[in-house]
Design a protein around this ligand. Structure first.
Ligand SMILES: Cc1cc2nc3c(=O)[nH]c(=O)nc-3n(C[C@H](O)[C@H](O)[C@H](O)COP(=O)(O)OP(=O)(O)OC[C@H]3O[C@@H](n4cnc5c(N)ncnc54)[C@H](O)[C@@H]3O)c2cc1C
Length: 333
């Protein structure tokens, strides 16, 4: 176990903002976790790709360094795989692809760790982590006990789970159990993904992953060059009646069915663009010119500046459309 006191977080968050943590503990095993003192303020940290620190963190950050992926079972059509929390998510996707296992390929290239994947039920290109998660193994802080939650008890939703709600600040994900398919299961509903995959040959988990990464690289800013945390805002889910009213005023507005009955999903990027914020820069913060959902640190921004900028974007969308944008990024105050 590695313990660092008064450590800079600049290299540990994809926004690249400066902040310090009073203590950072890197754990590799459950036994090590059991020895960590959780008396004061604490928070789990993965790769820092979905976190915005607005000031110094006056507690303990608990970062997983637990590595390892293993096959835990299989039958005629599927393989069960356990990956520990500190495994790089894309390494896990690559591992599955190399073994011809289906299910993770559309989620290639999402930066972060396996342990963080269930937290917001990461998703992209018509797939979500919940589609392949069987259960999540947690360490219960305080009790020091182990809790394995079957997927149906994780309340997975759109960028949401029980870990962001009832279990927030109560558990640390130690490992995730997945079920991958041996049978071909290409999910190529996105036309752009189907086209790009065809350039790499027959659809396989590997060719689809390559296509996903190629599309992502062409559209998304690389956090090692331009600080960002991917989508800053969630797509708003509103009552169907509100979506109808808005669509009558703005016929070009994209509207999608939501999972919840009586609700529709709007495209936050479209709303931000129409409110005039796509590509706008103020001080050291801006909206990415190619992707209106992404707030970028153009260089030297503080977390507080980024939050202030995001609030202005939310106000502009609220004023124009009467729609509230919720943040996807975890803002740490
Ligand atoms: C360029 C870019 C593109 C992105 N694209 C996507 C995308 O397509 N789809 C998508 O869904 N997301 C996307 N994201 C967001 C991000 O990749 C995911 O949220 C990812 O899961 C974050 O992983 P992380 O390890 O960096 O977690 P962190 O940012 O470190 O943590 C995120 C949250 O999870 C909690 N957490 C982390 N590890 C644990 C643990 N072991 N136990 C309990 N809680 C934990 C943290 O406390 C925090 O609340 C993108 C981010 C970037 C920078």
């Amino acid at each position: 176990m590695n313990i660092h006191d008064n450590i800079s977080l600049r290299g540990l968050n994809s926004f690249g903002v400066e902040a310090r943590a009073a203590r950072l503990v890197e754990w590799e095993s459950e036994d090590e976790l059991a020895t960590v003192c959780f008396d004061g303020r604490w928070m789990a940290l993965g790769g820092g790709n979905n976190i915005l620190f607005t000031k110094d963190f006056d507690g303990t950050l608990v970062k997983s360094a637990a590595r390892g992926i293993e096959i835990t079972g299989q039958d005629a059509g599927s393989v069960s795989v356990r990956a520990r929390a500190g495994v790089d998510w894309n390494d896990f996707v690559t591992w599955c692809g190399e073994r011809g296992l289906w299910g993770a390929e559309n989620l290639a290239g999402i930066p972060g760790t396996v342990g963080a994947a269930p937290i917001q039920n990461i998703g992209a290109y018509g797939a979500e982590a919940k589609d392949i998660i069987a259960s999540v193994e947690c360490f219960v802080v305080g009790g020091g006990t182990r809790l394995t939650l079957a997927a149906e008890h994780c309340a997975f939703g759109y960028r949401d789970s029980v870990f962001k709600r009832e279990l927030r600040g109560k558990v640390i994900v130690m490992a995730v159990n997945f079920v991958l398919s041996k049978e071909p299961r290409p999910n190529l509903h996105y036309a752009a993904l189907a086209e790009k995959t065809a350039e790499f040959g027959e659809p396989t988990p590997e060719s689809i992953s390559r296509a996903v990464i190629s599309i992502r690289d062409s559209k998304l800013p690389d956090p090692s060059k331009t600080g960002n945390a991917g989508s800053f805002f969630k797509n708003p889910v509103v009552d169907v009646a509100i979506a109808h009213e808005l669509a009558a005023i703005y016929p070009a507005m994209p509207v999608y069915p939501a999972v919840e009955r009586g609700k529709s999903k709007l495209a936050a990027g479209w709303l931000i663009e129409q409110a005039g914020w796509k590509g706008r820069v103020e001080g050291h913060v801006g909206i990415h010119p190619k992707q209106a959902l992404i707030v970028v640190n153009t260089g030297g921004a503080t977390g507080a500046e980024i939050v202030e900028f995001a609030r202005k974007v939310q106000s502009a969308v609220r004023e124009k459309f009467g729609v509230e944008l919720e943040t996807e990024v975890n803002i740490v105050c």
